[in-house]
Design a binder for this molecule. Structure first.
Ligand code: E7E
Length: 232
């Protein structure tokens, strides 16, 4: 997160850190006791290795009560996701066991009504992604508030030039923005997860490249289907 600030500890008990060999790679969030939603692009370069999911954390390094690393039973990328564009950039992770829910570990509801969030709505995004252009990584969860911008503006020739589909949404990226390692985290508007951070143009903090999110509502049926079929 560029231009943000340290989150109030455990005010976002749904936040997950997707880790490989103890290293934070991407954000994610708890959508059910045994399921985390993140971004498919996060699996790039992991050559099929499964993530471990850290829940209940504020600091990535310090011991904290309720902080727990979960193994992943299965990772399911949306069938439409690919490395060439940002379409269908969603990843579902089934934990080896149900997460132990408590004050620091909670499920975040996601939007099921497929209607655009109005432009200028203030939403918030959090993550352990880089906090400087040079790529400094934070130890503690960061957050920032960002206004939603219209798809029309986001699709302008000088911005993302007609690549933003009706299954995506954007927020202003002037100075305060998502960045490397924030992918997979939730965009929360009025207490509901409306979007999932996608790297998009990979640029951070440049107002010409607004932050892009995969809208969750259009994928509610896919998410429910995967969770139901794996319930086993
Ligand atoms: N503000 C939009 C936004 C949201 C989330 C992430 C990003 N930026 C990256 O992710 C990024 C940036 C720079 C080099 C990078 N290399 C890689 C990589 N996977 O090798 C990713 C990146 C941008």
């Amino acid at each position: 997160i560029l231009g943000g600030y340290e989150a109030r500890p455990h005010l976002r008990p749904y936040m997950a850190s997707l880790q490989l060999d103890g290293q934070h790679v991407c954000g994610g969030f708890l959508i059910a006791e045994q399921w985390v939603l993140s971004a498919a692009h996060c699996t790039e370069g992991t050559n099929g290795k499964l993530f471990q999911v850290l829940l209940g954390a504020h600091s990535l390094s310090e011991p904290e009560p309720h902080k727990r690393l979960y193994r992943v039973r299965t990772q399911i990328a949306h069938p439409g996701s690919n490395i060439h564009n940002n379409r269908d950039d969603l990843l579902l992770l089934q934990l080896e066991e149900k997460a132990e829910l408590n004050a620091h570990v909670k499920v975040l509801p996601f939007q099921r009504e497929d209607r655009d969030v109005e432009a200028d709505t203030m939403c918030e995004v959090a993550g352990w992604g880089t906090i400087t252009h040079s790529g400094r990584r934070p130890d503690k969860l960061q957050q920032v508030e960002r206004p939603v911008i219209s798809r029309e503006l986001c699709n302008h020739r000088t911005r993302h030039d007609q690549t933003i589909t009706e299954k995506m949404m954007c927020t202003d990226s002037r100075k305060k923005d998502t960045c490397k390692g924030d992918s997979g985290g939730p965009l929360v508007c009025n207490g509901v997860a409306e979007g999932v951070v996608t790297a998009g143009s990979r640029v951070c903090g440049n107002y010409k490249k607004p932050a892009i999110y995969t809208r969750i509502a259009p994928y509610a049926a896919w998410i429910d289907g995967v969770m139901a079929s794996a319930a086993g």
